[in-house]
Ligand binder design. Structure first.
Ligand code: DX5
Ligand code: ZN
Length: 220
């Protein structure tokens, strides 16, 4: 079973409510909310006030991807503002285990996001404290980038790493995913599939989500 998590970064923010209603109609169950600070990544996006509005509007699982420096300062604030899942980058937090525990204690699911060039071994010690891993398949900062091909092998190795330890940590993958590559990504063990431009780029978000769900389905 996998879920589609449309990234609202590629949505039309002047009609965000309608865009969210559309993706729900198409079968999306998770809403991916990209937070950028212009420091960890070279771009700025949205934060707590927009999250609060979105929370009032939808019952979907809200998944906040914090692409910010010093994420420990804000992670719990995002849970309090309505996020169900919060991920912090392993590259951004020197006290990662503490931040993950704080997210859990606040009632959220705690995730570790990892950049394409960061080795999986950087996750090892914190893995038992994470509910999910957000594997980046592009360098974070912008929507609409191309899937980095070596991410597929990294995904398979992450799947193995989690299974070998008998953990139930879920794998989310983010960046450059579309109807053409989703099948092999699901087959490789990803459970939450983020898609921004593939969902909102064509102007028909509901249909795009349904197509991703169909194309990603792995028949036994
Ligand atoms: C990139 C963001 C992604 C992005 C994905 O920094 O973390 O969530 O919105 O967009 P696509 O699916 O267009 O690569
Ligand atoms: Zn993201």
């Amino acid at each position: 079973m996998f879920e589609i998590a449309p990234s609202i970064l590629s949505a039309d923010f002047t009609r965000l409510g309608k865009e969210i209603a559309e993706i729900e109609k198409g079968g999306a169950t998770v809403l991916h909310f990209d937070v950028m600070d212009g420091r960890f990544v070279p771009n700025l996006t949205v934060g707590i006030p927009v999250l609060k509005s979105v929370r009032k509007f939808t019952k979907m699982t809200i998944d906040c991807h914090l692409m910010i420096v010093e994420p420990s300062k804000y992670a719990v604030e995002f849970v309090k503002a309505g996020a169900d899942m919060v991920s912090v980058h392993v590259e951004a937090d020197v006290h990662l285990q503490r931040t993950l525990m704080a997210i859990r204690e606040a009632g959220g699911k705690a995730g570790i996001a990892i950049n394409p060039a960061t080795p999986l071994i950087a996750l090892e010690e914190a893995l038992p404290y994470a509910d999910f891993i957000l594997l980046m398949s592009v360098n974070p900062g912008f929507g609409g980038q191309k899937f980095i091909p070596t991410s597929l092998d990294k995904l398979k190795r992450l799947r193995r790493m989690i299974d070998e330890r008998g953990l139930s940590t879920r794998i989310e993958i983010d960046g450059g995913i579309d109807a053409a590559n989703i099948h092999e990504i699901v087959e490789a063990g990803a459970e939450i599939i983020v898609a921004g431009s593939a969902v909102f780029g064509g102007g028909k978000p509901a249909e795009a989500v349904t197509e991703l769900l169909e194309k990603g389905t792995v028949w036994a």
